[in-house]
Design a protein around this ligand. Structure first.
Ligand SMILES: NCc1[nH]cc(CCC(=O)O)c1CC(=O)O
Length: 314
């Protein structure tokens, strides 16, 4: 359908988590839809998910990413919302039957950020410094590059994590640059960590808009918000993660970039202690992102990623 023939709906309801970052993202999509379709009433339905309620255990022990999206999918299913805006990083690799990613928004800075009140960078931290992160991906890469640091768990939304840093429990913490920038907290970033030191998570920095699979009308409505280069990158990344058994409870990173008309992708799988860290890198066609993600995954499996994954799941 072309845009000229599209009849926008009278009403659009966006389901969102209620964290400040999730609301920023939902409001951003709402404002863009209002500008595109001035006749449409666009509103936000804020929801608390299981993932928001469980703050005291490592998410990886209790079922992972799906916990942040399930309630929103229920709202899509029963029609109380039309679209759900997610951080793509929190969206499971395989959506439940009947749901689709209708639109991928333009990626913010995909890299990790070093946040500290007293130090300029990871390299500047003295031996024994405590770094906060509950991400196995960040932990394994930190342990591999900076074995003299102490990694301790850090959960909660972005504001909670910053508060814990400010209370002095950590010398530094690692957060996604995208979340800090979107929340107007870029001044807290002391240093952007190079993707060589901390390869980003699959989908990091990108927004995914989910709908019921049968709402093809919405896919057309959302088309102007779709960002083709970002979509190619994150489809490659998600294909890699899916091929490596889908579980997100794994020290694994995948990051694709458009460079010189090609898609360049790097991936890794590691043991949580960082003692084994397998890497793969390939370039491929932008038009075939999933083939590239599969290629990276197959290389990692050839190097022994399967054993690492099996040991983690056991
Ligand atoms: N796991 C939570 C989460 N989900 C998305 C972001 C940040 C923004 C993004 O990657 O889009 C964060 C916080 C973080 O990792 O610091």
């Amino acid at each position: 359908m072309n845009q000229a023939s599209l009849v926008p709906p009278a009403r659009l309801v966006i389901a969102s988590r209620e964290s400040a970052l999730a609301m920023w993202q939902a409001e951003h999509i709402r404002d863009r839809l209002r500008a595109l379709y001035p006749q449409t009433t666009v509103s936000i339905l804020g929801m608390t998910t299981q993932g928001d309620q469980i703050l005291d255990v490592t998410l990886s022990k209790i079922g992972g990413k799906g916990l942040f999206v399930k309630e929103l999918e229920t709202a899509l299913e029963n029609g109380s919302a039309d679209i759900a805006v997610h951080s793509l990083k929190d969206v499971p690799m395989n959506l439940p039957q009947g749901f689709a990613l209708a639109c991928i928004g333009e990626r913010e800075d995909p890299r990790d950020a070093f946040v500290s009140n007293n130090f300029d960078s990871l390299a500047a931290l003295p031996a024994g410094s405590v770094v906060g992160t509950s991400s196995l991906r960040r932990e394994s890469q930190l342990r591999a590059r900076f074995p003299h640091l102490k990694i301790e768990p850090l959960r909660g939304n972005v504001q909670t994590r910053l508060r814990k840093l400010d209370e002095g429990q950590y010398a530094a913490i690692i957060l996604a640059a995208a979340g800090l920038k979107r929340l107007g907290l870029a001044n807290r970033i002391r240093n952007i960590i190079s993707s060589d030191d901390s390869l980003p998570a699959v989908g990091q920095g990108a927004l995914g808009i989910e709908t019921r699979a049968d709402r093809t009308d919405l896919k057309a409505v959302l088309a102007p918000l779709h960002h083709a280069d970002t979509a190619a990158c994150v489809l490659a990344e998600r294909a890699m993660s899916r091929a490596l058994a889908g579980s997100c409870q794994v020290p694994l990173g995948g990051f694709a970039e458009v460079q010189g008309g090609k898609l360049r992708m790097r991936g890794f799988v590691a043991t949580p202690d960082g003692k084994r860290l397998l890497r793969a890198e390939y370039s491929g066609e932008i038009a075939q992102p999933e083939a590239l993600g599969d290629l990276v995954a197959r290389d990692l499996l050839r190097q022994g990623a399967g054993e690492i994954l099996a040991a983690l799941n056991g």
